[in-house]
Design a protein around this ligand. Structure first.
Ligand SMILES: *[C@@H]1O[C@H](CO)[C@@H](O)[C@H](O)[C@H]1NC(C)=O
Length: 417
């Protein structure tokens, strides 16, 4: 009996302890502290959103902040706001991260950088098939090549006199879409996953120079850019990404700075992000033996959770396509009636009477038209046909069709594909 207790005890206590001690000795790189106070922090995309929040907080903590963004007037606004809030002067530079020569010039002008925050990024969600190649290139150029440009330009200065200046940091803003692929994010995810590959390899190249990488993985964040681009988000993207609530830019900035200061390689921003980071730890460096312990112990459970997510997502996709098919049939029914309409009828039905006649675009942007079978204008939204139509409209909306009731004239003679 005593033996059984002992075995149990050893299982519960000795094994985890041994594992902890083992991990304590093997985790690499070694823990580090990267101070912010009185150091030169260079932030890109610094005139709005997360970048601006980062600039405010770094200035508050006594850093010498330089901001780089494209828009001069926004930069000036940011400079003024930070001066007002913290009493500190920040330097501002206008450049496009896609233009390497300009980035080199700015970096030469600002002098040695201690903490480089590559925060700039663009986000245009769309399915690959319907997204213009130009937009795909834009995301890769800004998010991935732009970061290469910055780091390549800044690295020589960052390495100079590093021993006297203490540890340096390169912080790179990825995204949760850089940890998991989501419908509608093909190009965006590729650019953000790319940053991870770059960071993992680069950390090995610059560890000897006492420069430490933090790769930050924010969820959806309430920023002007996000709000704007999200209007184009495919409906399935919204369905699948619905579980992650949007964070405030200030909160993301705070987590980022904490991550930079502790030299953390993978920096999640909320609890969900923490789980995602543990689930996708892979072969990434880990400085904390406690985090390493969590990764080792929870990996089977998180893999199961990951598989459940995939099960759920593929379920949503299947359901959505089934609905779309049903939707197309409904559209075809209406089209029979649509053929009998004159242009003015159509206009009449479109103006202000969503419940009577509708013009829509499908998710690829092609125009499709739907009209009620009732033509005489005495249509009542409350009668049986009206209710049926409303139900159809609800269905059409569910299928990702967007209302565009002002385009009646352009529609004359158009047919559904
Ligand atoms: C720059 O920002 C200002 C103020 O936010 C805005 O009005 C202007 O359109 C922007 N300029 C460009 C070129 O985007």
């Amino acid at each position: 009996m005593a033996d059984a207790y002992f075995s149990l005890l050893s299982l519960i206590l000795v094994l985890p302890l041994t594992l902890l001690i083992f991990l304590y000795f093997i985790v690499r790189p070694r823990p580090v502290r990267v101070p912010i106070k009185n150091r030169h922090v260079f932030i890109t995309g610094g005139s709005s959103g997360i970048g601006l929040a980062l600039a405010h907080q770094c200035a508050q903590q006594g850093a010498d902040v330089t901001l780089l963004a494209r828009n001069v007037s926004k930069l000036e606004e940011a400079k003024e706001a930070i001066k007002l809030a913290t009493g500190r002067d920040v330097r501002i530079f206008s450049a496009d991260v896609r233009e390497y020569e300009n980035i080199v010039k700015v970096v030469e002008e600002v002098g040695e950088i201690d903490v480089l925050v590559c925060n700039h990024g663009v986000y245009v969600p769309q399915e690959l098939e319907s997204q213009e190649l130009e937009e795909i290139r834009f995301m890769i150029d800004v998010n991935l090549m732009g970061t290469f440009h910055l780091i390549k330009a800044a690295l020589p200065g960052m390495k100079k006199n590093r021993a006297e200046r203490g540890p340096g940091s390169i912080a790179i803003m990825s995204s949760q879409a850089g940890q998991v692929g989501i419908y509608g994010y093909t190009a965006y995810s590729a650019s953000k996953f790319g940053l991870r590959g770059m960071a993992e390899a680069l950390q090995q190249e610059i560890i000897a120079d006492n420069i430490h990488i933090s790769l930050i993985f924010p969820p959806d964040t309430e920023t002007p850019g996000f709000v704007e681009e999200n209007k184009r988000r495919p409906q399935l993207t919204s369905i699948i990404a619905a579980s992650s609530g949007a964070m405030k830019a200030d909160e993301v900035a705070k987590k980022s700075i904490d991550g930079i200061k502790s030299g953390t390689f993978i920096v999640p921003c909320n609890f969900e992000g923490f789980l995602l980071s543990v689930a996708t730890a892979g072969l990434c460096p880990q400085r904390s033996f406690l985090m390493a312990f969590v990764e080792v112990v929870t990996s089977p459970i998180l893999r199961i959770a990951g598989l459940c997510f995939q099960w759920n997502w593929y379920g949503s996709i299947e359901k959505w396509y089934a609905q779309k098919k049903q939707c197309k049939n409904t559209l075809l029914q209406y089209l029979v009636a649509f053929d009998g309409f004159t242009s003015s009828d159509l206009a009449f039905f479109c103006e202000g009477h969503v419940g009577v006649g509708v013009v829509t675009r499908d998710h690829t942007g092609s125009i499709v038209a739907v009209c009620s079978k009732l033509v005489d204008g005495r249509f009542s939204p409350e009668d049986a046909e009206g209710l049926a139509l409303r139900e159809d409209l609800r269905l059409l909306k569910t299928c990702g069709l967007r209302l565009a009731a002002t385009e009646c004239d352009a529609l004359r003679g158009q047919k559904i594909k």
